[in-house]
Every structure is written in C-alpha cells, then in structure tokens.
Design a protein around this ligand. Structure first.
Ligand code: UDP
Ligand code: MG
Length: 160
C-alpha cells in the first residue's frame, strides 16, 4: 500500500488560477470556479483581491519586454481578481486544457476561453504553465495562512 501511496503523492501538483477583472465584472466567477470544481480538483486557496501594480509586474515578469506588457498590467489591475490555488494529479496541464488557447478565437468550444471570451486582451482567466510556476505563483499571491490543507470526502469516488 505504501509504494502506491507514495507514487500518487509525487504526482500531486498545484496550479495558480486567476479570474481576471473582466471575468469578475462580467459575472463569470461562479461559472469559472464550477468548471474546476466539477472536474474534481481540490480548491486550497480562494480570495477576491485588488492587485497592486508591482504584483502584476512580478507575476508577468517573463513578458516584461513584450509590446503589450503595459496594457496587460493595466488590464490585470483594472478591478478585483479572484485568486485560486488548485491541487491535483496533473492539475497544471489539465487546467490549461480547461482554460483553452490564449487567443479565445483559437480556443476550442467547451473550454473557458472558447465559450466565454473573444479577445486575447480580455481572456478572463489565468492558469500556471508549469508545476514550477504553479508553486511560484501561489507563493506570490497567497500568504501561507490563506491556504487550506483538507481532505475532500469525494476522493474515493474520484480515484480508484
Ligand atoms: N496577452 C496579450 N497579448 C498577447 C499575448 C498575451 O494581451 O499578444 C495577455 C493575455 O491576457 C494573456 C497574458 O498576456 O493571457 C499572458 O500571456 P501568455 O502568453 O502567458 O498566455 P496564457 O498563459 O495566459 O495563455
Ligand atoms: Mg502564461
């Protein structure tokens, strides 16, 4: 039983998901949270938050040199965002699939961006692109005491 448990544990990843200001303004918070909930991932952090400019710049620092960077920072700080930490086996790549392509016009129907957005500059949601960035971004947006470790009762019905 132990090797099986250890194998399952090492695969558990964390991802940072954020509903951007357009998603909050358009009343899509419940809809977006539902998709991750229904999939079966575990919510470990959740808050509504007005992001300061410095934090937005740090979060998107890899895109600093891009021409759209100033507009991106204005967008992310233009109103409250919903910050979330989600946990699960393969959650990073799976969440990216649920979210869909960066440009909503290229995002498949059934994905969040494919169903709910039309423009790259208003694509309603963020998801970490690697397990390393998942950890980095959760640490950036949440204080340790804002995160909850808990055991969902549905676990035995999600995993054999
Ligand atoms: N973005 C933009 N114009 C672009 C590319 C990206 O405004 O040409 C914005 C968009 O909001 C995107 C974010 O910058 O979600 C981060 O870009 P990234 O390439 O990391 O896309 P993501 O990982 O969000 O799909
Ligand atoms: Mg990205």
């Amino acid at each position: 039983f132990l090797p099986h448990l250890v194998a399952a544990m090492v695969e558990v990843e964390e991802t940072y998901i954020m509903i951007k200001p357009d998603g909050v303004q358009r009343g899509l918070v419940g809809e977006i949270i539902s998709r991750f909930e229904k999939k079966g991932f575990k919510l470990t952090g959740l808050k509504l938050f007005q992001c300061p400019k410095e934090l937005a710049q740090e979060h998107y620092k890899d895109l600093q040199s891009k021409p759209f960077f100033p507009k991106l920072i204005d967008y992310i700080t233009s109103g409250p965002v919903v910050c979330m930490a989600w946990e699960g086996v393969g959650v990073v790549a799976s969440a990216r699939k649920l979210i869909g392509a960066t440009n909503p016009l290229n995002a498949e129907p059934g994905t969040i961006r494919g169903d709910l957005a039309v423009q790259t500059g208003r694509n309603v949601v963020h998801g970490s692109d690697s397990p390393e960035n998942g950890k980095r971004e959760i640490a950036l947006w949440f204080k340790e005491e804002e995160l909850c470790e808990w055991a969902p009762v549905q676990e035995p019905w999600l995993k054999e």
